[in-house]
Design a protein around this ligand. Sequence first.
Ligand SMILES: C[S@@+](CC[C@H](N)C(=O)[O-])C[C@H]1O[C@@H](n2cnc3c(N)ncnc32)[C@H](O)[C@@H]1O
Length: 218
Amino acid sequence: MTLLHDPAVEEVLGDVNKKRILEIGCGDGPFSSLLAERSATAVGYGRSPQQIAEAQARVGLDATFVVATPHTFFHDGIFDAATSVLVLHYATSVEEIAVFFRSASPHLGPGGRFISVVINPLFSAFGQDFVVRCFARLESNNIRVEFLDRASGRDEITLENIHQYASEEFERAAISGGMKSVAWRKFFAMPDAIEQMGASFWQPCHEHQPYALFVTQK
Ligand SMILES: C[S@@+](CC[C@H](N)C(=O)[O-])C[C@H]1O[C@@H](n2cnc3c(N)ncnc32)[C@H](O)[C@@H]1O
């Protein structure tokens, strides 16, 4: 859903020219690299040494990648904004979500935003076919996401270590982690994404909103 998530985060960030952006849980770095292409100074961190090595192999851009978790991340400087795309729902408790905010907030200036893409707290269309993925509710707040191969319809990857938290749990974690205000936004595919995949591809996402944008501000 890079086509859905990244443009939405970019829209909230606004013009990133010369801005300093921290990307938390950057994977192999595509979003930080995109921000660097837009003349931002991006720092990405993640806990997977292999993914960070792949990110570091993306050459020639003003993006820096480090292996870290919210417990170990340190940066000598202030960012204009922080982002995390599909990361916070890996936390196994509300306190662990709070640690992401507690780690990021000292690195943000006053009014700096921390923008996250998470599993929508209000999502309930489990078992529905989302063309390339399907969500199943397991016990407690555990979720399984099956990624399907579009051509064959077969399972490509199954993720089980992700969680659906309530809005109030994310909000409590953000506030206790040092953020002052919180807001939620829905996802709608941008014209480019509609052109690429077709309107019917996005229709179930628009209707059921499996993901939500959680925008917090220091
Ligand atoms: C689904 S991937 C998303 C990667 C990237 N944000 C993207 O959208 O392509 C989740 C990423 O979060 C990272 N991650 C999850 N929990 C983390 C933690 N506690 N500390 C650092 N990174 C974490 C994982 O290593 C993984 O790269």
